[in-house]
Design a binder for this molecule. Structure first.
Ligand code: C2G
Length: 130
Protein backbone atom coordinates (compact mmCIF):
# COMPACT_ATOMS: atom_id res chain seq x y z
CA UNK A 1 0.00 0.00 0.00
CA UNK A 2 0.95 3.65 -0.44
CA UNK A 3 2.65 5.13 2.60
CA UNK A 4 2.05 8.82 3.33
CA UNK A 5 4.00 10.95 5.82
CA UNK A 6 3.42 14.45 7.14
CA UNK A 7 4.94 16.67 9.82
CA UNK A 8 3.71 19.35 12.15
CA UNK A 9 3.47 20.74 15.66
CA UNK A 10 -0.32 20.35 15.99
CA UNK A 11 -0.37 22.74 18.96
CA UNK A 12 -3.81 23.69 20.35
CA UNK A 13 -5.27 21.07 17.97
CA UNK A 14 -7.92 22.55 15.65
CA UNK A 15 -10.01 21.89 12.51
CA UNK A 16 -7.20 22.96 10.16
CA UNK A 17 -5.02 20.19 11.59
CA UNK A 18 -7.68 17.48 11.32
CA UNK A 19 -8.55 18.56 7.74
CA UNK A 20 -4.89 18.27 6.74
CA UNK A 21 -4.47 14.84 8.36
CA UNK A 22 -7.71 13.53 6.83
CA UNK A 23 -6.68 14.62 3.34
CA UNK A 24 -3.16 13.23 3.82
CA UNK A 25 -4.66 9.86 4.83
CA UNK A 26 -6.90 9.87 1.73
CA UNK A 27 -3.81 10.06 -0.53
CA UNK A 28 -2.66 6.58 0.51
CA UNK A 29 -3.22 3.53 2.67
CA UNK A 30 -1.09 4.33 5.70
CA UNK A 31 -0.38 7.69 7.36
CA UNK A 32 2.67 8.39 9.53
CA UNK A 33 2.83 11.74 11.37
CA UNK A 34 6.03 13.35 12.68
CA UNK A 35 5.10 15.58 15.62
CA UNK A 36 7.75 18.20 16.31
CA UNK A 37 9.24 18.23 19.79
CA UNK A 38 8.97 21.10 22.25
CA UNK A 39 12.69 21.81 21.80
CA UNK A 40 12.42 21.87 17.99
CA UNK A 41 9.64 24.44 18.32
CA UNK A 42 11.71 26.54 20.67
CA UNK A 43 14.68 26.53 18.30
CA UNK A 44 12.43 27.28 15.29
CA UNK A 45 9.97 29.81 16.72
CA UNK A 46 11.62 31.11 19.91
CA UNK A 47 8.76 29.91 22.09
CA UNK A 48 7.53 26.61 23.45
CA UNK A 49 4.15 25.24 22.32
CA UNK A 50 1.10 25.69 24.57
CA UNK A 51 0.58 21.91 24.74
CA UNK A 52 3.62 19.82 25.56
CA UNK A 53 4.81 17.12 23.15
CA UNK A 54 3.36 14.16 25.10
CA UNK A 55 -0.09 15.74 24.85
CA UNK A 56 0.25 16.80 21.19
CA UNK A 57 1.42 13.32 20.11
CA UNK A 58 -1.30 11.77 22.32
CA UNK A 59 -4.03 13.68 20.50
CA UNK A 60 -2.65 12.98 17.00
CA UNK A 61 -2.07 9.26 17.68
CA UNK A 62 -5.71 8.72 18.68
CA UNK A 63 -7.17 9.98 15.37
CA UNK A 64 -8.64 7.24 13.16
CA UNK A 65 -6.91 8.71 10.08
CA UNK A 66 -3.47 8.36 11.72
CA UNK A 67 -1.70 4.99 11.70
CA UNK A 68 1.67 5.83 13.22
CA UNK A 69 3.32 8.74 15.06
CA UNK A 70 6.84 9.68 16.08
CA UNK A 71 8.60 12.72 17.54
CA UNK A 72 10.41 14.93 15.01
CA UNK A 73 13.56 16.09 16.82
CA UNK A 74 15.27 18.00 14.03
CA UNK A 75 14.43 19.55 10.66
CA UNK A 76 17.82 18.34 9.40
CA UNK A 77 16.73 14.71 9.82
CA UNK A 78 13.79 14.98 7.41
CA UNK A 79 15.45 12.84 4.72
CA UNK A 80 16.29 10.14 7.30
CA UNK A 81 12.70 10.16 8.60
CA UNK A 82 11.33 9.74 5.05
CA UNK A 83 13.60 6.75 4.44
CA UNK A 84 13.12 5.22 7.90
CA UNK A 85 9.32 5.34 7.57
CA UNK A 86 9.45 4.20 3.88
CA UNK A 87 7.37 7.19 2.72
CA UNK A 88 5.98 7.14 -0.81
CA UNK A 89 4.39 10.58 -0.44
CA UNK A 90 5.34 13.57 1.73
CA UNK A 91 2.35 15.84 2.33
CA UNK A 92 2.66 19.37 3.71
CA UNK A 93 0.44 22.42 3.89
CA UNK A 94 1.03 25.02 1.20
CA UNK A 95 2.56 27.37 3.77
CA UNK A 96 5.58 25.13 3.06
CA UNK A 97 5.21 25.20 -0.76
CA UNK A 98 8.57 24.52 -2.44
CA UNK A 99 10.40 24.03 0.87
CA UNK A 100 10.64 20.24 0.61
CA UNK A 101 11.20 19.85 -3.13
CA UNK A 102 14.74 18.59 -2.43
CA UNK A 103 13.20 15.29 -1.28
CA UNK A 104 11.57 14.52 -4.64
CA UNK A 105 14.37 11.98 -5.21
CA UNK A 106 13.10 9.82 -2.30
CA UNK A 107 9.32 10.32 -2.54
CA UNK A 108 6.52 12.28 -4.14
CA UNK A 109 6.05 15.71 -2.50
CA UNK A 110 2.55 17.20 -2.35
CA UNK A 111 1.51 20.55 -0.87
CA UNK A 112 -2.17 20.80 0.10
CA UNK A 113 -4.06 24.06 0.61
CA UNK A 114 -4.47 25.09 4.25
CA UNK A 115 -7.86 25.53 5.88
CA UNK A 116 -8.65 29.24 5.74
CA UNK A 117 -9.17 31.56 8.69
CA UNK A 118 -7.85 29.36 11.49
CA UNK A 119 -4.43 29.09 13.08
CA UNK A 120 -2.90 28.39 16.47
CA UNK A 121 -1.38 31.88 16.43
CA UNK A 122 -4.84 33.40 15.97
CA UNK A 123 -6.37 31.23 18.71
CA UNK A 124 -3.64 32.32 21.13
CA UNK A 125 -4.23 35.97 20.19
CA UNK A 126 -7.99 35.59 20.69
CA UNK A 127 -7.56 34.07 24.15
CA UNK A 128 -4.99 36.72 25.08
CA UNK A 129 -7.50 39.44 24.13
CA UNK A 130 -10.33 38.10 26.34
N1 C2G B 1 -2.62 23.48 8.67
C1 C2G B 1 -3.67 23.65 7.77
N2 C2G B 1 -4.57 24.66 7.96
C2 C2G B 1 -4.45 25.51 9.00
C3 C2G B 1 -3.40 25.36 9.91
C4 C2G B 1 -2.48 24.32 9.72
O1 C2G B 1 -3.80 22.91 6.79
N3 C2G B 1 -5.36 26.50 9.12
C5 C2G B 1 -1.66 22.41 8.42
C6 C2G B 1 -0.25 22.92 8.14
O2 C2G B 1 -0.13 23.34 6.80
C7 C2G B 1 0.60 21.71 8.45
C8 C2G B 1 -0.21 21.02 9.57
O3 C2G B 1 -1.52 21.57 9.54
O4 C2G B 1 0.67 20.86 7.32
C9 C2G B 1 0.42 21.25 10.92
O5 C2G B 1 0.51 22.63 11.13
P1 C2G B 1 1.55 23.22 12.19
O6 C2G B 1 1.39 22.51 13.47
O7 C2G B 1 1.46 24.70 12.15
O8 C2G B 1 2.91 22.72 11.54
P2 C2G B 1 4.31 23.47 11.59
O9 C2G B 1 4.56 24.04 12.93
O10 C2G B 1 4.40 24.31 10.39
O11 C2G B 1 5.31 22.22 11.51
O12 C2G B 1 8.85 19.76 9.73
C10 C2G B 1 7.93 20.78 9.48
C11 C2G B 1 7.25 21.23 10.72
O13 C2G B 1 7.17 20.23 11.69
C12 C2G B 1 5.87 21.76 10.34
Amino acid sequence: GTRVITFGTFDVFHIGHVNMLTRAHELGDHLTVGVSTDDLNFSKKGRYPIYREEHRIGIVSRLSCVDDVFLEHSLELKRDYLIEHRADILVMGDDWAGKFDEFRDVCEVIYLPRTRDISTTEIIANIRAL
